[in-house]
Design a protein around this ligand. Structure first.
Ligand code: F6P
Length: 421
C-alpha cells in the first residue's frame, strides 16, 4: 500500500511563558524535520493569531544548530502566546470552519499546541471538531506550565527551572537579610506564582541546605489562610530571630474563599479569557498588616513575578532537556496517528531520577487543576514535607550554560520578527 505523502506541521505556544517552552518548540521542529514533514509553521500568539492568519515558516528562524541551541536557552514564548478560550463547538461552528480552512489551505497534517490546562482545552475542542467533520488532521498537546498543575503527568516542563530559580532566589534573599541589623527586626514576605497550586511556593523550601536554614514559613494555597494567625506566627518568629523570611503563594485565600490579594481596597484587576484574575499584591498586603500590627518592625514585600518564569540563566538542565524531549514526543505521537492526546511524563525513579513519556486523553486533562497533596504539607500548614522535597529535587538538577555575549545571555533573535508579534 502506498504511504500518504507527509505534508506540513503547525505548532503554537499558549498560556503563561516559561524558561523551557522554547526548548519544546525546538524539539517539535527537529522531530518534524527528522520525520520528513515539509514545512513547520509557527502560529504567532497561538490559536488567536492563527485565526487572523498570523504564522511563520519556522525554517526561516531555526537555520542552524546554533539557532536551535539559542532557542532552547531563550525564555518566554518565541512565537508569542495567548490566553484564548475557543467557544463551545455548537455555539460557533463558523469559527471552527474558519480555523480548519486555514489549516487545510496550509496543508497541515499535525497541529501541536504547547501549553497548560487551559490550552489543552483548545486541543480537546479542535480534535473533537476533527472527528465531527471527518478531518484527518491530528491535534496533540505538549505540556508546559511553571504552575505544575496539569493532571495525569508527574510534572510539567517549565516547573523545574522556575523551582530552581525560586530555591536559589529565596536562599539569596535570606543571605541578604542577615547583613543589616534593624532595631525592631525585619520580616520579608516573598510572593510566588502558581495560582491555586502550591508547587512553586513549596519550592522555596529548596533554599534549605547545609549553609541555609531556608525560609521560616511557607504558605500554600491548598489550605485556607488566616491573616491573624500569620501575623501571630511572624510575631513569635521575630522573638527568636532578627530577620524572618516567609514565602507565600499569590493564590492564598481566606476561609471564605477570598484571595488575600483582594483584601486590600478594591482595585480594578485584569481578568483573562478563562476568568482568571491577575493575582498580585499578596505580599504587599501582608507586609502592610505586619507593619501596622508589629510595632517597630521593618517589612519588605518581594513579588518574584515574571522573573521566576523568565530566568533562563538559572534554568534546570533536566527541565530543558525534558522540554525538548516532550516536544519531540508530541510530534512523534501526532505523526504516528494520535489525536486528542497530550504527552505526559511518567517518573519511574527518584534517585537516580528516571522518567519516560506516554500519551493520555486530553479530555481528562483540559481545565483540570492538580494541586499539592495535603499529606505533603506539614500538619501546622506552614511548610512542606520531605516527600515534597524528594519530588522536586530531581527536577532542578544541572545547568544549561547561557551563551554569553558581552557579559549578558544571548537569545534567539531575528531582526524584524519582534515587530510581527
Ligand atoms: O500560567 C502560569 C502563571 O504564571 C500563573 O502562575 C500566574 O498567576 C499567571 O501565569 C500570571 O499570568 P500573567 O502574566 O498573564 O499575568
Amino acid at each position: 500500500m502506498l504511504q500518504k505523502e507527509k505534508r506540513n506541521v503547525i505548532v503554537g505556544q499558549s498560556g503563561g511563558p516559561t524558561a523551557a517552552i522554547n526548548s519544546s518548540l525546538a524539539g517539535v521542529y527537529r522531530t518534524a524535520r527528522d520525520r520528513g514533514y515539509k514545512k513547520v509553521y509557527g502560529m504567532l500568539h497561538g490559536v488567536q493569531g492563527l485565526m487572523e492568519g498570523r504564522y511563520v515558516d519556522l525554517s526561516e528562524h531555526i537555520q542552524s544548530g546554533l539557532d536551535a541551541e539559542l532557542l532552547k536557552r531563550t525564555p518566554s514564548a518565541y512565537l508569542g502566546s495567548c490566553r484564548y478560550k475557543l467557544p463551545e463547538i455548537h455555539s460557533n461552528q463558523e469559527l471552527y470552519d474558519k480555523i480548519f480552512k486555514i489549516l487545510n489551505d496550509l496543508e497541515i497534517d499535525c497541529f501541536i499546541y504547547i501549553g497548560g490546562n487551559d490550552s489543552m482545552d483548545t486541543i480537546k475542542k479542535l480534535s473533537d471538531y476533527a472527528i465531527i467533520t471527518g478531518s484527518d488532521i491530528r491535534f496533540v498537546g505538549c505540556p508546559k506550565t511553571i504552575d505544575n498543575d496539569l493532571a495525569l503527568t508527574d510534572h510539567t516542563p517549565g516547573y523545574g527551572s522556575a523551582a530552581k530559580y525560586i530555591g536559589t532566589s529565596v536562599k539569596e534573599i535570606i543571605r541578604d537579610s542577615w547583613s543589616l541589623e534593624t532595631s525592631g527586626g525585619q520580616i520579608i514576605v516573598i510572593e510566588i506564582m502558581g495560582r491555586n497550586a502550591g508547587w512553586l511556593t513549596g519550592a522555596a523550601a529548596l533554599a534549605k541546605s547545609e549553609d541555609c536554614d531556608g525560609p521560616d514559613a511557607i504558605y500554600l494555597p491548598e489550605l485556607a489562610f488566616d491573616v491573624d494567625k500569620f501575623v501571630n506566627n511572624c510575631r513569635e518568629l521575630l522573638k527568636k530571630k532578627a530577620s524572618v523570611v516567609v514565602a507565600v503563594s499569590e493564590g492564598i485565600r481566606t476561609a471564605d474563599g477570598k484571595y488575600v490579594s483582594d483584601l486590600e481596597e478594591e482595585t480594578p484587576q485584569y481578568v483573562d479569557a478563562f476568568g482568571h484574575k491577575q493575582l498580585t499584591g499578596t505580599a504587599r498586603y501582608l507586609c502592610n498588616r505586619l507593619s501596622n500590627e508589629i510595632e517597630g518592625c521593618k517589612t519588605r514585600a518581594i513579588e518574584l513575578s515574571t522573573l521566576q518564569r523568565a530566568a533562563s540563566h538559572c534554568a534546570s538542565r533536566v527541565d530543558i532537556l525534558e522540554a525538548y524531549e516532550v516536544g519531540g514526543a508530541a510530534m512523534k505521537a501526532a505523526d504516528e496517528g494520535d489525536s486528542g492526546k497530550m504527552v505526559v511524563i511518567v517518573r519511574t525513579s527518584d534517585d537516580p531520577y528516571q522518567a519516560s513519556t506516554e500519551v493520555k486523553d486530553v479530555h481528562k486533562i483540559a481545565n483540570d487543576e492538580r494541586v499539592v497533596p495535603e499529606s505533603w504539607i506539614t500538619p501546622d500548614g506552614t511548610y512542606v514535607t520531605s516527600e515534597f522535597i524528594t519530588y522536586v529535587r530531581p527536577l532542578i538538577q544541572g545547568d544549561v550554560a547561557p551563551i554569553m555575549v558581552d557579559g549578558i545571555p544571548r537569545h534567539l533573535y531575528k531582526p524584524g520578527f519582534q515587530e510581527l508579534l
